[in-house]
Design a protein around this ligand. Structure first.
Ligand code: SF4
Ligand code: SF4
Length: 667
């Protein structure tokens, strides 16, 4: 193992660090201790001395496991963690995080204490000045609770340089890898000014963590892409150490061998690899710098993300990995309708629509077919008690030649659709068109199903469009906490619940879900039946595991519902039942919005009634017409083990299938 000094901290650390964000897991919130603890201790035996964690890693369990694994080894290792608290009005919250971390890590003094994700703008608004949180960091250091004040960073080179210029932080942890070299100049500046430089994501957040022959072809002296990626980072003379999120023994041993290997890459080798990759990207017409000048695409295509994924396939030969990344991407290349608006702003003069067609051909599982999908756009009351549902039908040509397509729509039961058929005469290769439809349906509406017959290239294909739907009616004078079961509830589980489809056991577990709205707020009423439901055991800290109900609301434009990128327009309300009868529930919201909640115990579970102001969905002006929803119940046993984690989408762990989201139509 190689060692280096972590900038001004003076700490001698291994050049391979252990990033504890991808430890083997038993469930979404519980690390598999039988695997993780031997792995962490073996890393120490192999000479790894730097371990990095954070509040919230591994569903909040990472710090605790690291503390357990490092018991008795503190004199041999350097432990680093991160505090994500930015609210300078709530200093007690900041201290609570520090106290929790000390307790979980089983330390009296944390070696490297980072502000989580701090850029210069965040520093100025929350940490600088006499009332800023930096004062708390300094106090904690004076009290001997932390040894070195550091920060992790996401932001621009300029912002990093300004952080260095504050002179207040001893090391920085930031992203840098073969695919994303944008921080190279900032890293050099930090190192030249005596800061330790810790790199997270040296293998591109796992993107380069797969073997590929193309990697060896590129430079001829490495065996695999992960090795190339790690050596590339470590051979940068400004990098002190690279953190790798290792989840098994093989990965650990290979990484240790890579960083220990004699004849490490020289600065010349480093430059040569960078040039070889750039040349290859240019050769393939894929030299996208990620500048984002082509964005936003009116159809929601995430152009740089598609190119980054395509590069994995074309430049590094990581086909399977690229396909799975593409499958999980929100703004897929498939959404492109070849309008050409993005071409002119691109400084690299990339033929964006052609490259996106390439992405579709290589990465989209629908390549070679013509396929359609539906997008719910709203609903209104019609005559005779019917509902008018607006649905946009999208048709995409995933083939490399123009197509003539006839489409026939077939509603179910007594539902009606207008029009019932249409024709797309000249659907360009990789082109996309749409048709707006009106469906007349009879409430109550729990599911909307439409069969679609596509006729093209002499063949007939029957597709089923299926949406799980709840309708929300306008109301005046809604009172929270009044009424047992609201009328018009959608009952879950039903045969629609994905858990039934998979045969997964569902023990006495269901929801009734009803929604209403007015000009100010959305009112969500959930009646949960759960035989495992029990209130929190004792007072709740920030990271205690206690039974809870989470309501997930996605108020973005319809085509984004359920896809990644939850920064705006999306919120969670998490309700923890009170410990004692008559007590107040604990309510947490994802974006600090003021949400009123009333909670009542019922003989079989609990009932939650909450009022969410429209302002939380600020991505759209006014109120959205369609809102994606998901409900999740989590239960824990006395030991804090996760015993039930079931949601409307049937998701386990962190996976979320956008197609399985329920849709709320505001009528
Ligand atoms: S050509 Fe495609 S990617 Fe570019 S702006 Fe138009 S729809 Fe979006
Ligand atoms: S403008 Fe060009 S280089 Fe910049 S992100 Fe878009 S495609 Fe990439």
């Amino acid at each position: 193992m190689e060692y280096a000094v972590l900038g001004r901290t003076g700490l001698k650390v291994s050049r391979l660090g252990f990033g504890c964000m991808r430890l083997p897991m038993k469930s979404g919130t519980e690390v598999d201790r039988d695997k993780a603890i031997p792995l962490l201790r073996r890393a120490v035996e192999l000479g790894v001395t730097y371990f990095d964690t954070a509040v919230g890693y591994c569903g909040g369990d990472s710090e605790r496991v690291l503390g357990e694994a490092m018991e008795g080894l503190h004199d041999r290792v350097v432990l680093s963690t991160k505090n994500p608290h930015y609210d300078k009005r709530d200093k007690a919250g900041w201290w609570r995080n520090l106290e929790d971390s000390l307790k979980l890590l089983r330390m009296e003094c944390i070696d490297v204490y980072n502000v989580h994700g701090l850029n210069y703008e965040g520093y100025e608004s929350c940490f600088a000045g006499p009332d800023g949180l930096y004062q708390e960091l300094a106090k904690a250091r004076d009290q001997g609770l932390i040894r070195h004040i550091c920060h992790s960073f996401h932001g621009s080179v300029e912002s990093l340089k300004k952080m260095v210029d504050t002179g207040l932080f001893e090391s920085v942890t930031c992203q840098y890898n073969l695919l994303d070299r944008s921080m190279e100049e900032g890293i050099a500046y930090a190192a030249e000014h005596g800061r330790g430089v810790v790199i997270m994501g040296p293998v591109g957040g796992g993107r380069l963590g797969y073997p590929s022959e193309k990697a060896a072809e590129l430079v001829g002296q490495v065996k695999s892409t992960p090795e190339l990626a790690l050596r590339f980072v470590v051979s940068n003379p400004h990098v002190t150490l690279a953190l790798s999120g290792m989840s098994d023994m093989r990965m650990l041993e290979e990484n240790v061998a890579t960083v220990s290997r004699a004849g490490k890459l020289s600065a010349d080798d480093h430059a040569r690899i960078a040039d070889a990759i750039q040349e290859r990207k240019q050769l393939l017409g894929l030299y996208c710098t990620g500048c984002g000048y082509c964005m936003p695409c009116p159809e929601g295509v995430d152009i740089p993300a598609n190119f980054e994924i395509l590069n994995l396939e074309r430049v590094f030969g990581l086909t399977e990995h690229a396909r799975s990344r593409y499958a999980a991407l929100g703004g897929k290349a498939a959404l492109c309708r070849l309008c050409g608006k993005c071409v002119e702003p691109c400084p690299q003069r990339l033929d964006i629509p052609a490259r996106l067609a390439e992405a579709v051909a290589h990465l989209d599982e629908r390549a070679g077919s013509v396929t359609g999908w539906g997008e719910l756009r709203g609903a209104s009351a019609a005559e005779y008690g019917l509902l008018n549902v607006a649905l946009r039908y999208h048709l995409k040509n995933f083939t490399d030649r123009p197509q003539k397509v006839r489409v026939q729509f077939q509603p179910h039961g007594e539902d009606q659709v207008v029009p019932v058929r249409c024709e797309f005469r000249d659907l360009k290769a990789y082109g996309r068109r749409h048709k707006d439809l009106r469906l007349m349906v009879r409430p109550p509406l729990e599911a909307l199903t439409l069969d679609v017959l596509l006729v093209c290239d002499g063949s007939h294909v029957l597709e089923h469009l299926h949406h799980v739907v709840a309708t929300a009616a306008r109301t005046e004078g809604y009172e929270l906490g009044v009424g047992a079961r609201r009328p018009g509830s959608l009952h879950v589980p039903s045969p629609l619940h994905p858990a039934y489809a998979t045969g997964q056991p569902v023990r006495g577990h269901s929801f009734d879900f009803a929604v209403a709205y007015d000009d100010e707020k959305l009112y969500v009423h959930v009646d949960a039946e759960d035989d495992l439901c029990c209130p929190a055991r004792g007072p709740l800290g920030r990271r205690e595991k206690a039974d809870n109900l989470r309501i997930f609301l996605d108020g973005r434009i319809p085509r984004q519902i359920g896809h990644g990128g939850y920064e705006t327009g999306v919120m969670h309300v998490t309700v923890y039942p009170p410990g004692a009868e008559g007590g107040e529930p604990l309510v947490r919201t994802s974006n600090e919005a003021a949400v009123d909640v009333k909670l009542a115990r019922t003989p079989v579970g609990y009932r939650v009634d909450c009022a969410v102001p429209w302002a939380v969905f600020s991505q759209v002006a006014g109120r959205p017409d369609v809102i994606g929803f998901d409900l999740a119940l989590s239960s824990y046993d006395e030991q804090g083990n996760d015993v039930l984690r079931l949601s409307w989408t049937g998701r386990s762990g962190q996976e979320r299938d956008p197609g399985a989201f329920g849709k709320l139509l505001l009528v």
